[in-house]
Design a protein around this ligand. Structure first.
Ligand SMILES: [Fe+2]
Length: 429
């Protein structure tokens, strides 16, 4: 904790103290549930929090909230808050692409902060739920629609607020914007996971612990299938990346270019609200956009002097050569189209087809802007890379003639935001 900013230390300390005070207040006011029930829910929480699935783009998927909601309905506010926070603090699993985390290799302040965040979100949601004179373990709990809906909303507000405040301090970004983004994402997810919690509660109240536990079997199977799918997707991108390195091997100065272009393109695609499959196409096309340069001589590619017309016409064949190389891979059809058109220009002066405006797919425009920006800002054998500010002004000058105006507008916003926020300190939730 020593290397944390004093403001962060103060914030983490305050959240932990508020959680302890809330615990003391709740301990006076609510009854402790039966210890065997508390143990079952703590172990369930521990299990689901340990089986979190880490997503390729960061973040994680957990059904922890289903267990929190079930614990709230069955054990009451104190039991729910204790079982969920203790389960979370004792978890053993991957919460990011870093090595497996457990209580013994996680700094104490992070464990306590995570526990406090969970205690406060589940605890306050439960207090709201029971403030409607709802009975603990009521078999007709699902008729209490208003308390149920409110408790879900309170859970999301408290959970998102605590984590967003921390992230906004770490990234030096506006709390309100980040909160709204997280809230919009978390609320529908929590409603979906809550339906599982309601289902588990009905099973528990009617058939008991053993039958409820049986229902965790299909849940684990679904997790396994989803994890398998994500692993396959990861292998796919790693293979595509390996292929993209074959082009970069021809010129050491272009090392990392495709990967950076893919990262920029993904950010633009997400900001422009492209669908997930379009973003996957875009990332693959970005990694492989210059694969056709394999078929062009190194002397020509690395020539420091101006190219003759004849030489340039050879360079212009690289999108078509790329398409040809990938022609046998059936599922790369959309990727091939983006690669073929990544040197087309908005005003119609590009190559190889001389397409213009709406004739060119949006993904190709995004790739073109990301490609140009990285090429301008990276060093080459014959020149130094320019500043990001200078590259932005060139993109803006060429918007409407070379680049798509909306793509440039969106990309410039992303770069300016990144330039103003600076490097991120490390804090793993
Ligand atoms: Fe290219």
């Amino acid at each position: 904790m020593a290397n944390l900013h004093p403001r962060l230390k103060k914030y983490i300390f305050i959240v932990i103290v508020i959680a302890i005070l809330t615990f003391l207040g709740m301990y006076r006011y609510y009854n402790m549930p039966d210890y065997s029930v508390l143990t079952v829910f703590t172990l369930l929480s521990l299990m689901v929090e340990s089986l979190v699935i880490v997503l390729p783009g960061g973040g994680a998927v957990s059904v922890g909230f289903a267990v929190s909601l079930t614990a709230m309905i069955i054990t009451g506010p104190l039991g729910a808050a204790i079982s969920c926070s203790v389960g979370l603090m004792l978890r053993y699993g991957k919460t990011s692409r870093e090595p497996t985390r457990h209580i013994f290799n996680t700094p104490l302040y992070k464990t306590l902060f995570n526990g406090a965040q969970s205690f406060l979100s589940v605890g306050l949601a439960s207090i709201v739920y029971y403030s409607f004179n709802t009975d603990i373990g009521d078999t007709n709990f699902y008729t209490n629609i208003v308390p149920l809906l409110l408790s879900i909303i309170i859970y999301v507000i408290v959970n998102a607020s605590i984590m967003t405040k921390l992230l906004s301090m770490l990234n030096n970004k506006s709390f309100v914007n980040m909160f709204l983004g997280n809230f919009k994402w978390m609320l529908p997810n929590c409603f979906i996971v809550a339906s599982l919690g309601i289902f588990l509660s009905i099973i528990y109240l009617n058939y008991g612990t053993a039958i409820m536990l049986i229902f965790f079997g299909p849940l684990l199977l679904a997790r396994f299938s989803f994890k398998l799918y994500l692993d396959m997707k990861q292998i796919y991108f790693e293979t595509v990346y390996a292929l993209s390195k074959t082009v970069e091997a021809k010129d050491p100065y272009t090392d990392g270019h495709s990967k950076r272009v893919a990262e920029y393109a993904e950010k633009i695609g997400k900001r422009m609200k492209l669908k997930n499959n379009q973003i996957d196409t875009l990332k693959t096309a970005a990694l492989l956009h210059d694969i056709g340069k394999i078929g062009i001589s190194d002397n020509l590619l690395n020539k420091p002097d101006k190219l003759t017309n004849e030489e340039f016409s050879i360079i212009k064949t690289h999108p078509a050569i790329g398409v040809d190389i990938l022609s046998t891979v059936d599922f790369l059809k959309d990727v091939r189209d983006v690669i073929l058109k990544h040197h087309e220009k908005y005003g119609g002066s590009g190559y190889p087809l001389g397409l213009r405006e709406d004739e060119i797919p949006l993904e190709a425009y995004i790739l073109a802007a990301a490609d140009a920006f990285d090429a301008m800002t990276s060093d080459r054998s014959y020149r130094k890379g320019m500043t990001k500010e200078k590259a932005i002004s060139i993109l803006q000058e060429d918007a409407g003639s070379h680049f798509h105006p909306q793509v440039v507008e969106c990309f410039v916003k992303i770069i300016l935001e990144e330039l103003s926020s600076g490097p991120l300190p490390n804090f793993q939730h």
